[in-house]
Write a protein that binds this ligand. Structure first.
Ligand SMILES: O=C(O)CCC(=O)C(=O)O
Length: 262
């Protein structure tokens, strides 16, 4: 699925867009699954707007923005378990992280038309710091994404800075790191953008008339242990490729998982 040149590109730039990881039928199945999650959330007490708060837009504009973001999608619909272990995903992950690859967590990020919320530039590392920084996102596109509907932007090579000081709730200063500083990564439905958790990234507001639906997985080498027992999720540690040499010594403290609140 990817060449040695692609692996070199990832090492140098901290990201890699892989085209056509999923075919149209698989994308259609995941869209249906995702719509089901949204529908069930809307009918439950757990529905919410997950738009990130930040001061880069006026409070009035912020209030209008919506992001439907829910974690643990592979615990909500088997389509997302199949996607995580899809042969094409495994072919890429075993080259970028491999030979052993473990799932850390999954989530969905739906930016509705006209008012889909932005993600100011940030690294993911502060949320779940690990020792060797093998952690990488695979952001699976369920819609064509471009600058109009809020595609991802990355700063090539920024992973080489190591962990950077973040302000407040884990953003970089938008004055120093505006979203426009990043390289836009337009993608088609079925493509996956892989990026290291140290790669500075973000995405703009969806101002178009089209939805932007992405499912984002985080993967790591199982030997790369967390610095803190934080961001523990259901299904954490599921093996995607190879084997787990740390199974006996290390398991996340699942007791930290909070039961769903009624
Ligand atoms: O999907 C996006 O636009 C950005 C997601 C993101 O930056 C994140 O979840 O850390």
């Amino acid at each position: 699925m990817i060449s040695e040149k692609d692996v070199e590109f990832y090492k140098e730039n901290g990201y890699l867009l892989v085209k056509k990881v999923f075919n149209a039928e698989e994308v259609a199945e995941m869209r249906t699954a995702l719509d089901g999650i949204l529908q069930r959330a809307a009918e439950s007490k757990y529905d919410r707007n997950s738009a990130w708060n930040n001061d880069f837009l006026s409070p009035e504009e912020m209030k209008k923005l919506v992001l439907k973001g829910f974690h643990d999608v592979h615990y909500q619909d088997a389509a997302f378990t199949r996607a995580a272990v899809h042969p094409n995903m495994r072919a890429v992950l075993s080259k970028l992280i491999g030979p052993n690859v473990q799932l850390h967590h999954s989530k969905m990020l739906v930016k509705p038309p006209e008012n889909g919320a932005a993600f100011p530039m940030h690294q993911d590392q502060p949320y779940f710091p690990h020792v060797s920084h093998t952690m990488m996102a695979g952001s699976l596109h369920l819609d064509d994404a471009d600058e109009e509907n809020g595609c991802l932007h990355v700063i090539p090579g920024s992973h080489k800075n190591g962990p950077m000081p973040h302000v407040g709730s884990h953003f970089l200063s938008h004055k120093e790191y505006p979203i426009s500083m990043g390289t836009p990564c337009p993608a088609e439905a079925g493509d996956v953008l892989f990026f290291n958790y140290l790669t500075v990234h973000g995405s703009n507001v969806n101002r178009s008339s089209r939805t932007r639906r992405n499912v984002l997985y985080q993967f790591r080498d199982p030997m790369d242990l967390p610095e803190k027992n934080v961001h523990v999720n259901w299904g954490q540690g599921l093996m995607i490729c190879g084997h787990n040499p740390t199974y006996v010594e290390y398991r996340p403290d699942m007791a930290r998982l909070e039961p769903a609140k009624a």
